[in-house]
Design a protein around this ligand. Structure first.
Ligand SMILES: Cc1cc2nc3c(=O)[nH]c(=O)nc-3n(C[C@H](O)[C@H](O)[C@H](O)COP(=O)(O)OP(=O)(O)OC[C@H]3O[C@@H](n4cnc5c(N)ncnc54)[C@H](O)[C@@H]3O)c2cc1C
Length: 387
């Protein structure tokens, strides 16, 4: 019997597998995908702080980001520039491979091409059923770590709730023409309620993507046409990839002999959909709790509940404020969004925000509070709600 069985070898699952293996626990990771040549539907933008905390000394950076150009629906521009690098674009396709390699070096076992179908919790163990090459196989473990991203509620009847709020991310690789920084596009026509992005990976390739609750393919095709018309991109034969993004954590992220981490637990920034950093900081919390629980051989609900208490203490307020801001933003029509650009630009709000010490790539609640402290902005946002 394993000490811990991790479902999902994404960044969060592999991070936990490495840390627990290095503490001497027997750990197995089951992933339905392959280890090499993964095509992950993710842009790979992380803060400098995230990179330094979790990926330092790894050769993953494709590009550093100091600036972002944000476009209003009618094409008005905010050119957000910083003196120093704010973020890195990392090679997301190799990240999972590198992190799995580290976990394997630490002693974890990996089973690729295996899909977990069911989890059964018993008094003295948990039993996992997974399918591999058409065969159904069972494994026993003391603890299950659910790190299988969006869709984890489908894993058996252990009570993981389907997210009440989610969106779909759609992304495709293209060739770009001399785009040197990240570009963000707002507006109901390109990504209603969210935004679209054009992110150069190197001198030639870029990622174009967006989030949309419905028909993401339709919006992606429209967005690609717009960028082509503007002479910014050419297609390169890639096909779009799609993935769900949880925007609100499930009510419970633990239970008897299991915890839920990363995207599966909704540890995702509600405004941008970025989940790598929050997933990893919550994994650090989980590792301490799980270590104690395994040592004490006490994997009851009451013991594992400390994990949720701690991670929600850290993030709940942030997530709540960002969800509220995103809902307000999503109610603005194109005209109101344009007006917001005008007001912010001409009243100096953008300059004030960009130089504010509250501006943080990962935590957005403070800057949202600051933005809505400007009466013109709060009036516009409340106007959107009143519509
Ligand atoms: C279009 C798009 C762009 C994004 N861009 C960014 C970004 O720029 N920055 C950022 O921080 N975040 C971004 N994200 C979010 C980011 O990708 C996730 O937050 C991150 O991957 C979460 O990691 P994870 O380990 O929790 O889950 P995942 O990376 O989703 O890993 C889950 C793993 O579980 C496996 N799995 C699933 N079900 C099963 C099963 N039943 N059995 C076995 N294995 C299973 C999968 O194969 C996968 O390897 C983006 C997401 C999307 C959709």
């Amino acid at each position: 019997m394993y000490d811990a069985l991790v479902i999902g070898g994404g960044p969060v699952g592999s991070y936990m597998a490495r840390k627990l293996s290095c503490k001497g626990y027997s750990v197995v990771v089951i992933d339905k995908g392959t280890r090499e040549n993964k095509k992950v539907c993710c842009t790979g933008i992380i803060s400098k702080k995230c990179y330094q905390s979790f990926f330092h000394e790894k050769d993953l950076i494709l590009k550093a980001g100091k600036s972002a150009r944000v476009y209003s629906p009618s094409g008005k521009l905010f050119d957000l520039k910083h003196e120093e690098d704010q973020a890195y674009i990392i090679n997301r396709n190799v990240l999972d491979t590198v992190m799995a390699g580290d976990a394997i070096d630490g002693g974890a076992e990996y089973l690729y091409g295996c899909t977990v179908k069911n989890i059964v919790i018993n008094k003295d163990r948990a039993r996992i059923d997974y399918s591999s090459s058409g065969e159904l196989i069972s494994l026993d473990t003391r603890l299950v770590i659910v790190a299988s991203g969006f869709g984890s509620w489908r894993l058996g009847d252990i009570g993981i709730e389907k997210p009440v709020d989610y969106t779909i991310g759609a992304q495709i690789e293209v060739y770009h023409r001399d785009i040197d920084g990240i570009e963000i596009y707002t507006g109901k026509h390109s990504a209603p309620g969210f935004f679209g992005w054009l992110v150069p990976l190197d001198d030639k390739k870029a990622l174009v993507g967006l989030m949309a609750k419905q028909t993401p393919n339709k919006y992606l095709q429209g967005f690609l046409s717009l960028l082509k018309e503007q002479g910014k991109i050419d297609v390169n034969g890639d096909t779009p990839a799609y993935r769900g993004i949880t925007l609100q954590p499930p009510k419970r992220t633990y239970g008897e002999r299991f915890i839920v981490v990363g995207d599966a637990a909704g540890q995702v920034k509600p405004i941008t959909g970025g989940g790598i950093y929050f997933g990893l900081i919550c994994a650090d919390i989980a590792i301490d709790i799980v270590d104690k629980a395994l040592k004490d051989n006490d994997l009851r609900v009451v013991k594992l509940s400390a994990y949720e208490k701690e991670w929600k203490n850290k993030l709940n307020n942030e997530l709540r404020i960002c969800r509220m801001a995103r809902r307000m933003y999503s109610r603005l029509n194109n005209r109101q969004l344009d007006r917001m650009f005008d007001i912010s630009k001409h009243s100096g709000i953008v300059d004030e925000i960009i130089t504010s010490p509250d501006l943080d790539f990962d935590y957005h609640a403070n800057i949202i509070r600051k933005a809505i402290s400007f009466p013109t902005i709060s009036k516009l946002l409340l106007g959107g709600i009143a519509q």
